[in-house]
Design a protein around this ligand. Structure first.
Ligand SMILES: [Cu+2]
Length: 266
């Protein structure tokens, strides 16, 4: 289920990077859909059965003053109504009770196994190659360091279709780093490192946001993440060379020259 999720991107022309066939966006969209559909089905069945029973066992014979005599209704031979406080016997050896418990147990256990296997995949996607970026939260912003040693703060530039793994920590107080558009999110704790990852399928502008109240500038911790097409992203092992490219790209981005690459802006 998880191991087969790795597709070498060499099919797309570059043998050095790899791509996962399922991103966190795919996984969480699927989970949402599964829970929505199952929840809707369960809700419809339960409410329909409740309405059906309410109708089937309704009182039908009010007395002259318009009141219902419950005891008399119980004695009506046509309908066997459950009495108030009476435990249901099911009438058929508890078949209904057994069936409803059985279905519930299968559903709940199935969902636990299914959701847990997805969680294992999210926590350990195991791509062949990934770009590692260290993220450090501070009051009030984010600092990034690439594998070549180049560090920058505030905005982040990454390639699309590549697994970017983030090692997250904090310089001062607790923060929480999240890019909602890519479904990546993790705590940023001083003295600890947490990790998460993303693989952007669409180029454009995303937002990196702090999700933990960290001081009076907390709400300013909304910064841009620019996802470029892989062919536009010029990696270099030399941090100075990379810095030059980075600064030029940032300028081009801020002056609107990259607007034609923006598939998404969120
Ligand atoms: Cu913060």
């Amino acid at each position: 289920m998880t191991g087969s999720g790795v597709t070498p991107i060499s099919l797309l022309g570059d043998a050095t990077i790899s791509q996962l066939s399922r991103t966190q966006v795919d996984v969480f969209s699927e989970l949402y859909l599964v829970y929505l559909v199952l929840g809707t089905i369960v809700g419809v069945v339960v409410i329909a059965y409740m309405l059906h029973s309410a109708y089937k066992y309704r009182s039908t014979a009010p007395d002259a003053e318009g009141r219902y005599d419950i005891e008399e209704e119980y004695d009506d031979d046509d309908v066997v109504r459950p009495r108030l406080g009476e435990l249901p016997t099911g009438g058929k050896g508890g078949k209904k009770l057994f069936l409803s418990f059985g279905i519930s147990a299968v559903l709940v256990l199935g969902l636990i196994i299914y959701a847990y296997s997805l969680l294992l995949y999210i926590e350990n996607p195991d791509p062949e190659e990934e770009m590692e970026i260290e993220v450090e939260g501070f009051q009030f912003g984010w600092a990034y360091e690439y594998e070549n040693g180049y560090s920058t703060s505030n905005e982040l530039i990454v390639p699309a279709d590549e697994v970017v793994s983030l090692e997250i920590t904090s310089r001062d107080v607790m923060h929480n780093y999240g890019i909602p558009g890519l479904r990546a999110k993790a705590d940023a704790m001083p003295g600890q490192t947490t990790d998460t990852w993303f693989q952007a399928e669409e180029t454009g502008e995303y937002k990196a946001i702090c999700y933990e109240l960290c001081g009076n500038g907390h709400s300013n911790m909304r910064e841009d993440v620019l996802v470029l097409p892989p062919e536009e992203f010029e990696w270099s092992d030399d941090p100075d060379e990379f810095e030059e490219w980075y600064d030029d790209t940032r300028d081009a981005w801020q002056s609107g020259e990259l607007d034609h690459l923006m598939e998404v802006t969120n």
